[in-house]
Design a protein around this ligand. Structure first.
Ligand SMILES: *Cc1c(COP(=O)(O)O)cnc(C)c1O
Length: 435
């Protein structure tokens, strides 16, 4: 354990004998009730390890490369690095973060469609060889600044195009072009990457197209004399074991057909949400309330012709930890702290808003909740994936405290699973928590 002078960047609370995550949340709510009732986040590091165990049991053939953009909290990076994951970075700050955690440069990929020159140079300087590339402008930048790079060509997928309504990645035809240009410039191409988001409706079809396209690009690459040895099937894993198995059953037969183990191709994936989503809970405070009553004159006499709806304002919104909402993701309704709903209790249609009084700052459009009071706490689960903007990321929102926890049993298992005690503990100041 480090001394006081050498303060760790974060503190982990070790939950001993029967202390639960709920107890920890209760404890912090009590603390917050005495001060400003700030929102806060509780991270369960044991969840990262449990997700890793699930990954290894369902898809042992896929090497996980964690996209740092999903959640760049130092504790998350530390645990995932000591579990031996690779990392996908999109900029210099992310590369530095994972390098500082001792991740070898060969386990890092620099991704991103248009990379800043300085970031390409930074990758070259730090011996990060694997770069994603999808267009000729990018290729010529890379050939100038990082001539020894090993490129993964970003292949477009229909599912991705449909979701973002923006062409992302290159088509089969432009891949041939890019491969030829790379050969002209003397830059190595070693494989293909694509991404199918979890919102994709027809997984089977999406993976079938993407993997047969990838096979075509491999064949073209081999024709042109490249050593094609890396396939990256991207992210799109929600975090549930069920969905992981669904993806596995869509992907495995295709991999067996197009990229059998004997082909020597290393297959990677980029699970972001899978690792972090369930590991973080957010507690927010209700700071305002409005009642809207609607009368329905058309209903017959005697029937309940009034509808009561509540609008609640919370101390965090879409310009903070709920930024995912602005990107079109829906936020699951929260639970009410210390409230066990009983059968006869009346629930009301409710909407939940952030504090900005902005029309866009609606966090949950409609959910059914018992009547709340100002000062009540709401708990949102599955809050581990940050928004895209750095400033709203959990780790860099200075006003939002994050409390990390791990149960003793998870901690022992983590050590057994290979979370190297020596390297991991040196940053961890363990606090024993008694409720
Ligand atoms: C965000 C992102 C991921 C991670 O996606 P998840 O669905 O969270 O696993 C993977 N690959 C790319 C290209 C991404 O942009």
């Amino acid at each position: 354990m480090k001394g006081l002078a050498d303060k760790p960047s974060y503190i982990i609370e070790l939950l001993e004998g029967g202390v639960t995550l709920e107890d920890v949340i209760d404890g912090h709510i009590c603390e917050q009730a005495l001060v400003e009732k700030s929102a806060f986040v509780v991270g369960d590091l044991g969840a990262l390890m449990r997700q890793h165990a699930c990954w290894q049991s369902v898809v042992p053939q896929l090497q996980p490369y964690y996209p740092v953009k999903s959640n760049s909290s130092p504790a998350v990076i530390q645990v995932l690095a000591s579990l031996g994951l690779g990392f996908v970075c999109t900029n210099k700050a992310e590369m530095n973060l994972v390098l500082e955690h001792g991740v070898p440069p060969e386990n890092i990929i620099l991704s991103g469609v248009c990379k800043q020159l300085a970031h390409i140079k930074h990758a070259a300087k730090n011996n990060i060889q694997h770069l994603v590339c999808e267009n000729e402008a990018e290729l010529s930048k890379i050939s100038r600044l990082h001539p020894s790079a090993k490129l993964l060509l970003q292949l477009t997928t229909e599912a991705h195009a449909a979701e973002t309504s923006m062409a992302f990645g290159c088509s089969l035809k432009s891949c041939r072009h890019l491969l030829e240009a790379a050969r002209e410039l003397g830059v190595q191409v070693v494989g293909v990457t694509f991404h199918i988001p979890s919102s994709c409706q027809d997984l089977q079809q999406a993976y079938t197209h993407a993997l047969s396209d990838a096979r075509c690009v491999f064949d073209m690459g081999v024709d042109l004399g490249f050593n094609m040895n890396t396939l990256d099937i991207g992210g799109g894993f929600t975090g549930s074991e069920f969905q992981l198995k669904q993806v596995e059953s869509a992907v495995r037969p295709l991999l067996d057909a197009y990229f059998p183990p004997l082909s020597g191709v290393q297959v990677l994936a980029q699970p972001g949400s899978f690792y972090v989503a369930s590991a973080f809970n957010l507690a927010v405070n209700v700071i305002g309330k409005k009642v809207v009553t609607r009368h329905w004159d058309s209903l017959p006499q005697g029937e309940n012709n009034e509808d009561t709806e509540f609008l609640y304002y919370m101390n965090e919104g879409v310009y903070g930890p709920f930024s995912r909402k602005l990107l079109g993701n829906s936020i699951t309704a929260p639970s009410v702290h210390k409230h066990v709903l009983c059968a006869e209790e009346t629930v009301y249609p409710s909407s939940l808003w952030g504090p900005s009084l902005d029309q866009l700052d609606q966090v949950v459009e409609r959910c059914l909740l018992p009547e709340l009071s100002v000062g009540d706490w709401l708990l949102f689960s599955n809050m581990g994936v940050c928004g895209l903007e750095e400033s709203t990321c959990l780790s860099s929102s200075p006003q939002l405290p994050i409390y990390y926890t791990v149960s003793t049993s998870d901690w022992y298992e983590m050590q057994e699973a290979g979370v190297a005690l020596d390297s991991a503990m040196k940053d961890f100041a363990m606090v024993q928590y008694s409720a």
